[in-house]
Write a protein that binds this ligand. Structure first.
Ligand SMILES: [Fe+2]
Length: 224
């Protein structure tokens, strides 16, 4: 793919960059999924903790961070895509859906759960606050992609906690596929407006968010 892109013009080179970003994100998601422990081998408290920490991150931050992406981007195309996403989040009350999911699984976040993710969550918040267009959109594409792939696991944890409330995992296992594709198109529009960034900057938010997600799925207190 790289050899094809050499010297064949701006369009092909932008396609190649998008493909390499998508490859990086896909690998990061695969690594996270591979690190998940078998739900059968988790204690009830471990299962509860994962749902609670996930809820502590998602309920109050997803719309906030997507709003950060909206404020950071400059292209009409990216704004329109992100606005569609935000509209759905607000109209269908996704934070409410998240809360019902946690409640039914007896996994409402406690003070200990929120404290466990505090520092890694703060790192992502500060990154989003820089409103840097391309790295923010890359981060949200990773987030959407991960969430969609994580839903069967999250649903299984909740079922094992005795819950039958699966609206959150049903909705996000499907609709976020479209969101991810839309975000990649938004990313292409944003990249056309900026000189290329060093790879480290492009993926800085992905790495911070990856650390936060590891903190959710394995309560690695060493990170805090
Ligand atoms: Fe959502």
């Amino acid at each position: 793919m790289t050899s094809l892109a050499v010297g064949v013009g701006v369009v092909r080179s932008s396609e190649s960059k998008i493909a390499s970003i998508q490859g990086y994100i896909d690998r990061a998601i695969e690594d996270l999924l591979a690190s998940l422990r078998n739900p059968k081998e988790l204690s009830a408290e471990e299962r509860r903790g994962i749902i609670a920490r996930y809820t502590a991150v998602l309920e109050g931050n997803f719309i906030y961070w997507m709003t950060g992406a909206y404020l950071s981007v400059r292209s009409d195309e990216a704004r329109a895509k992100i606005m569609d996403n935000l509209r759905e989040e607000v109209r269908d009350c996704h934070p409410g859906m998240m809360r019902r999911f946690a409640l039914a699984a007896h996994a409402i976040p406690t003070d200990t759960d929120t404290q466990a993710i505090y520092r890694n969550l703060m790192n992502v918040r500060l990154f989003i606050g820089r409103l840097s267009p391309v790295p923010t959109v890359v981060t949200m594409a990773f987030f959407e992609g991960f969430i969609q792939r994580f839903m069967p696991y999250l649903a299984e944890l909740a079922q094992r906690q005795g819950s039958a409330e699966m609206e959150y995992t049903d909705v996000h296992g499907v609709c976020d596929i479209t969101h991810t594709q839309e975000l990649f198109r938004a990313l292409e529009a944003e990249m056309a407006l900026e000189p290329p960034l060093p790879e480290k900057e492009v993926f800085e938010g992905v790495e911070l968010l990856r650390t936060l997600i590891q903190n959710i799925v394995v309560n690695n207190a060493a990170n805090n």
